[in-house]
Write a protein that binds this ligand. Sequence first.
Ligand SMILES: [Mg+2]
Length: 278
Amino acid sequence: MTPKYQFERRYVGPIEAVIMDWAGTTVDFGSMAPICAFQRLFAEEGLPISEAEARGPMGTEKREHIRQLCAHPRIRDAWHEVKGEYPTEADIDRMYDDFVPLQIDAIAQTAELIPGLTDALEWMRANDIRIGGNTGYASTMIEGLLARAAEQGYTPDSNVCATEVPKGRPYPHMSLKNAMDLGVQHLCACVKIDDTLTGIEEGLNAGMWTIGVAVSGNEVGMSLEDWQVLSEAEQELRRAAAYQRMTASGAHYVIDSIADVIPCLEEISARLAVGEKP
Ligand SMILES: [Mg+2]
């Protein structure tokens, strides 16, 4: 007789890989580079946009980001007022071409490692964890960034840009390509770390553990200098709102920045060691 039960297959083992976003997660505290570039781009069109508007679609591939900004109701109306028509697909293509040099310039100027990354990398290396990087930036934009990060001691074993896969975030393609490049066998033994909600979704869609960094990236959206001069009460207000959004997106853990990641990775290791799944 066939039994009325079955046993479940589960992974019990170490973390195989950590995949980290770039801007706002490992470099560029506050994810300032794209904001500077998007604001300059729209200002050059005669349509200044606010920092908050520029940040709206953050984490998505940059052509899509421009498309979403052009579809923003206020910007769309302002565009019509200034130019007498609504933005077209041709405008988006032209703006993307204009955007690339602005972005390359801004990225190279904001490539400083986020404090704490070096210790986190050391911990990962000591625990035989492979390291991947991925980004909504196009591959043509990040040569300078990779070089400047390497000078500071950060060279991921695999790096993937949104332009190298069929679909960017929140699709899981980038993290999956990282996993393939890194020779990962078990996606449930990978951790994705990101400063955007769409980047968290990417990791979840890939079947990975996810850690949101709330303060160093897009959710708080302030440079380290601006953050440090806020009062503790103001910091707490912004931190709490960012934690709330990231937790609601389904992140397994939310931390201030990469400086707090080691205890989190230790906890995930412990959970994997008893067979928990993401
Ligand atoms: Mg980011």
